[in-house]
Write a protein that binds this ligand. Structure first.
Ligand code: GLA
Length: 384
């Protein structure tokens, strides 16, 4: 049964009538532009066909009742009594969004409903952003404010950064809020302007989950952020986004080696993301694939956020004649890679990558052929 049918049927069982609305917000995979978002730079992600869905109806009071089918758990919170969590559970992402929306001046109303998601948790496919944005969309449905994708994404990020204390950039929330079917989005993470880019004809996007998860990702992520901030300070600019490649080369030797390498990654990755969007506009899968390969090498060698498992699965994919290019995606240190492959025969490509990766590492990967979908949306009743 589809996710939508599942939340709808459970809603009918529990409330004895159809929901007033079903809302959905997707996870994401980033094609290129990695570790650039918190440097005010460019990212090129797409929303994927795995999402969080809520079937809901408004309440007359200001309370929110949520039944999570995945956690087999029911929670309730009141909009005027939001409590900060001592340890983070699924409901805290939703409470955090309610808090962040109210902080931004939105008047919220209560609702009740059933939640389920099929974005794998902890794989680096932004299950948290999906949960944040589906919550924002639920409030939008019952509260009668205008949908502003960038504002909703910022509320999601504020929930994560300030309510839950998890440092992330804006990429995941922006793409979950604003994604488009069959397209990736070039997002300027400073202005939050987006430009869409079509997936090249005849290609398929494949998510390659290494099946490995690394500890201490948060502290390593924060350390990379601090190194980038220190490089920006050295150049006297607000963020590495403001450093041109030429200016960097002229002064690179002033930086200590680790900081220099981090900055080199960010500056070159921003340029690659812009070129990738141009390649997509031109329908040039070969050029896009080459940029993805260069991105991986830079993340592995300069930013040092890859892992042996990620390198192995990327090497397996890149060695395949049906692959245009593959790279690690997301924060790194384990989790997923992404490959751009020929659509024709993509199932065989997936089978070959699986065999190659198992032989090289002994880990069992999860491989998903995915497609670009719409960002946060109302599925039922159909949006007018
Ligand atoms: C995580 C963060 C994003 C981004 C990526 C790296 O997914 O949530 O904001 O920084 O890492 O590109």
């Amino acid at each position: 049964m589809s996710l939508v049918d599942e939340v709808k049927q459970r809603f009918i069982q529990e409330y004895g009538q159809p929901p007033a609305a079903i809302v959905r917000a997707p996870g994401r995979v980033n094609l290129i532009g990695e570790h650039t978002d918190y440097n005010d730079g460019f990212v090129l992600p797409m929303a994927i066909d795995r999402a969080a869905c809520i079937a809901l109806q408004p309440r007359r009071d200001n309370r929110v009742f949520v039944h999570s089918l995945d956690f087999d758990d029911r929670r309730v919170f009141a909009l005027d009594e939001l409590r900060r969590p001592s340890r983070t559970e699924w409901i805290d992402y939703m409470i955090g969004v309610a808090w962040a929306l109210q902080e931004r001046g939105y008047a919220l109303r209560g609702w009740e409903g059933v939640l389920s998601a099929d974005v794998p948790i902890g794989a680096g496919l932004s299950s948290s952003a999906a949960l944040e944005l589906v919550t924002a969309r639920a409030f939008y449905e019952v509260s009668g404010f205008a949908w502003d994708a960038a504002g909703m994404a910022q509320a999601g990020r504020t929930a994560e950064n300030e309510w839950l204390g998890i440092r992330t950039g804006i990429m995941d929330q922006m793409i979950s809020a604003a994604g488009l079917a069959d397209r990736a989005l070039l997002i300027d993470c400073r202005s939050l302007e987006t430009v869409s880019a079509p997936l090249p004809a005849g290609t398929a996007v494949v998510i390659l989950d290494t099946g490995t998860r690394r500890g201490l990702v948060d502290s390593k992520y924060n350390q990379r952020r601090e190194q980038c901030e220190s490089a920006a300070r050295h150049f006297g600019v607000p963020a590495l986004r403001d450093v041109e490649a030429g200016a960097f080369e002229r002064r690179a030797s002033e930086l200590e080696p680790a900081i220099r390498a981090r900055a080199r990654h960010v500056i070159s990755e921003n340029a690659r993301a812009l070129r990738a969007r141009a390649a997509m506009d031109a329908g040039d899968a070969v050029a896009l694939g080459q940029l993805m390969i260069a991105s991986h090498n830079s993340l592995r060698d300069d930013f040092e956020v890859s892992s042996p498992a990620l390198d192995a699965i990327v090497d397996c994919a890149n060695a395949d004649a049906d692959c245009y290019g593959a790279r690690m995606t997301g924060a790194g240190f384990g989790g997923c890679a992404v490959a751009l492959a020929r659509a024709d025969g993509v199932e065989d490509f997936v089978a070959r990558v699986r065999r190659c990766y198992v032989a090289a590492t002994g880990h069992q990967p999860k491989l998903y052929i995915t497609r670009a979908t719409s960002g946060a949306e109302t599925l039922y009743p159909a949006a007018i």
